[in-house]
Design a protein around this ligand. Structure first.
Ligand SMILES: [Zn+2]
Length: 167
């Protein structure tokens, strides 16, 4: 399957999924597609399914899938880092994310699951949850400016900036 890149479509929030065999199959398909495309994470609407389901890779560990996910807690402060998105080829954005999140939902067998994620995994989960709400990295992009004591903007060829001195 092809990854959706149509922003008009990606900006539509997804609906809650019901407990059906079809939904469980979609969850399993997402896990498979994530492997096939070697992605860190994948939201259902990136595959043309408008349901609240995403898959992500655990490091280390087996990939996980979350149906109707919610972040129940964000903690440990936040971090501003460069992020990319499969649906926005070549585009990078500096996005602030919590360092730690507690996320809850159902897995592909419709069992209740809860994960505590940190660092990159917390970032990926937030990115995918944003997708399900129709939010993209370009909507969250923070200008790299005086407030962050960085000059310049991130570019697809890598982050180019200079540190400025505090005044
Ligand atoms: Zn994305």
């Amino acid at each position: 399957m092809e990854i959706v890149k149509d922003l008009k479509y990606l900006r539509q929030p997804c609906k809650e999924a019901q407990e059906t065999d079809q939904v469980k199959d979609i969850a399993k398909m997402l896990l498979q597609e994530m492997e096939t495309h070697q992605l860190l994470g994948l939201a259902a609407n990136q595959f043309g399914v408008q349901l609240r389901i995403f898959a992500m890779r655990m490091d280390p560990g087996t990939p996980i899938c979350l149906i109707n996910p919610t972040i129940v807690r964000s903690y440990g402060g936040s971090e501003l880092k460069e992020e990319a998105c499969e649906s926005l080829p070549g585009r990078m954005a500096m996005v602030r994310r919590p360092k730690k999140v507690k996320v809850r939902g159902w897995n592909q067998y419709w069992r209740r699951v809860k994960y505590e994620l940190t660092g990159r995994q917390a970032r990926v989960a937030c990115h995918e949850l944003d997708h399900l709400q129709g939010v993209l990295i370009i909507d969250r992009e923070e200008p790299v400016g005086v407030g962050n004591r960085l000059i310049g903007r991130p570019s697809s060829s890598g982050l180019q900036y200079e540190r400025s001195e505090p005044v």
